[in-house]
Design a protein around this ligand. Sequence first.
Ligand SMILES: [Zn+2]
Length: 348
Amino acid sequence: MTSDFLKNPPLGKPWLLYGFLGVSLVLNLTLALRSPEAPVEAAPAPEAVAAAPVAAAPAVDLNTAIPPELVPPLPEPLGVSRRAGTQVFSAPVNSSLSATFSASPARSTAALSAVYARLFVWDVELRRDLHKGDMVQVLFEDTEGVEPLVLAARLTLLPGQGGERVIDAFRYQAQGDRFPSYWTSQGTELPRRLIDGPLADYEQISSLLKDRPTHEGMDFKTPIGSDVTAPRAGVVTRVNWNHAANGNCVEVKFGDGVLAKFLHLNEDLVKEGQRVTAGQLLGRTGNTGRSTGPHLHYQLERGSSVVDPIEYHGTLRRTLPPELMPEFTRHVTELTAQLDTSVALAGI
Ligand SMILES: [Zn+2]
């Protein structure tokens, strides 16, 4: 609860928050890589050995595994291309994601690394599953003063434990949604959503509990004025405590004894001692207290322990309705062509 200062250092521009997240991710995502001298295919796991014949197949389709012999010995990018308004970066994974992205043409490579990582944390335990020679690809727009905007991204994991995996992410705003989100080519949303969370919609979950040991909640990036509702019935136990750090804030004790905190609000709409029902409006999101951009900090505690909202609520994954798939598929085809530009350059 007192860590919000650490979570939100009093820096100026929004992308600096991502820079900060990037630094955090550097610490968190430093990879347990195989030693540089060891050949990539020398993974000790039996599964990796079993997968070796598949890896030796001559396919050069970057949608499948990258044969180890095609992975450059040095962590140099395969290709960087510039298009009008967008840029593509493609490279094999180096010692860490941030080291990999340090070769990218982004204004803030740490910010691009953090934004990219945010897309894949739902499917990949990056600290455990990412290895040297895995492949990152990203199509992004880079505007001064704001965080990089990723239009499409792909992560290709070399065959190994669990086999080869390709995960792609396409930015797309579904009809009826307030914000664009990221979807696989099959139309499944990549970021998971809390079941009965405090916000009906938001731009992005910008920080998970597990991201940083000093951060005790989950952050939802969302414009000022978004409705914050009580996920469960309970009693309002505190309002606007530690205002300098938390800004306008509300604390609710749910019926099961779990304490929920909602920080950095623009306005609170409940009073201490008030009973609230599940779904009742508690306040509206803001950027008050020590916060570098409009967002909701949502924190759960049971006794002296912090509770992960993901475990407490459970999550769901949306899929696009069939009637949107033709348009979405065209969109994916366009973005994929751009995403693969750097691969084409690398082949020259
Ligand atoms: Zn937070």
